[in-house]
Ligand binder design. Structure first.
Ligand SMILES: [Fe+2]
Length: 382
């Protein structure tokens, strides 16, 4: 698809700061429907993969009516959390207005929706990417401070001709960043969270390369536009991300990296500090869901049936052939291992029968719900 939302100057209908009215009433029923389908697909499946700050912030998108969020309602909620507002823009906007908006707690969101043919990935960041992928994180106070600091650094970088270097920090944090929470690796970048396939890859794939964040290293590293990233950078917390951003003298880093050749996305250097995942969840107590909790969670798992004794859920997955079924099981095994929760399953040709229960809890636990959602997402993307 050709990029069609890049302009040299604010197009008709835009103000000089590149903002435009959202014009919510003009969205078509199909655009609202695409939003709803994407939201339904991502929100639940991301539960075991996304930062808890993001999952907590997702509540902000629970609008009073389905479809694309109306900025008027969304902004009333955002203002109440950390003082942000979303502003509609036509697509990519130049650095200066972009950084100015961030520094003033205005998050620019593309005012167009991908069409129904590009449900999994859109070459240009659209409204789903910007609003679903990024806006929930604005509700985290520390991440909010980081974004403001980033916008302010961006305005200074523009003066120094260094915005491309700072842009890589955006790319490897705000777009594709990973964070450790309670010993678990989770995604917080909007480029990841608006793509279930890449989030699953970045968080769970054994062969995904993950390094601890190192700002000068990031600023030298190119990135991929049209495929999964070759490397992801991990922060131990958003406090740490903010601390590094505030304590780094960016002018010194630009001076350090500008004379050096760029690093390819797949490059390896001697200073790289690989992130080594710990086995998560081994020693945490597992609580059995109460019947009330269970009944509240099961409507999100329509394809699953509850065992008569209420202690397990089961689903039959059917694929095109044996290879597709086995491929699903291979990917599911990786996710299950990462979640330290394993299904009981049986495979006959193109069928996989799965039963989930938590022996330690003597019944159903959140682990079963999370794994069921992850398996649904994997099957949907198979
Ligand atoms: Fe983005």
């Amino acid at each position: 698809m050709a990029a069609t939302h890049i302009f040299d100057a604010p197009p008709p209908g835009c103000a000089s700061d590149w903002t435009m009215p959202q014009n919510w009433d003009a969205f078509t029923a199909q655009e609202h429907q695409v939003w709803d389908m994407l939201l339904a697909k991502h929100a639940q499946a991301l539960e075991p993969l996304a930062s808890r700050a993001f999952l907590k912030g997702l509540d902000i998108l629970n609008m009073s009516r389905p479809g694309i969020p109306d900025h008027r309602e969304l902004n009333a909620r955002l203002k109440d959390s950390n003082g942000w507002e979303v502003v509609a823009v036509p697509g990519w906007i130049p650095n200066k207005p972009f950084f100015t908006h961030l520094a003033n707690k205005r998050f620019p969101a593309a005012n167009f929706m991908r069409d129904g043919k590009n449900m999994d990935y859109n070459e240009e960041p659209d409204m789903f990417h910007d609003i679903f992928g990024h806006v929930p994180m604005l509700t985290d106070p520390v991440f909010s401070d980081f974004l403001v600091a980033y916008g302010e650094a961006g305005l200074r970088a523009e003066h120094m001709g260094a915005a491309d270097y700072l842009g890589r920090l955006w790319l490897y944090t705000v777009e594709f960043g990973l964070v450790v929470e309670d010993g678990e690796l989770r995604a917080y970048g909007g480029g990841l969270l608006s793509s279930l396939a890449e989030t699953t890859h970045a968080v769970t794939a054994p062969d995904a390369r993950r390094l601890w964040l190192d700002i000068p290293r990031v600023m030298r590293t190119g990135y991929n536009f049209d495929s999964f990233q070759h490397v992801y950078f991990v922060v131990e917390s958003f406090d740490e991300l903010l601390r590094q951003t505030e304590e780094t003298r960016f002018a010194d880093v630009y001076a350090q990296v500008m004379p050096l050749p760029d690093l390819a996305p797949s490059a390896r250097t001697q200073e790289d500090r690989p992130f080594m995942p710990a086995k998560a969840g081994d020693d945490r107590p597992v609580e059995r869901l109460s019947p009330r909790q269970r009944d509240a969670l099961l409507p999100g798992l329509e394809a699953w049936t509850l065992a008569d004794d209420g202690a397990a859920i089961a689903r039959r997955f059917v694929f095109g052939d044996f290879v597709a079924a086995f491929g699903f099981m291979t990917r599911a095994a990786i996710v299950a291992e990462r979640m330290n929760h394993h299904p009981e399953w049986a495979n006959v040709y193109n069928r996989v029968d799965v039963r989930l229960t938590t022996h330690d809890a003597d019944g159903l636990s959140m682990r079963d719900i999370a794994l069921a959602r992850a398996l649904d997402a994997l099957a949907a993307s198979a």
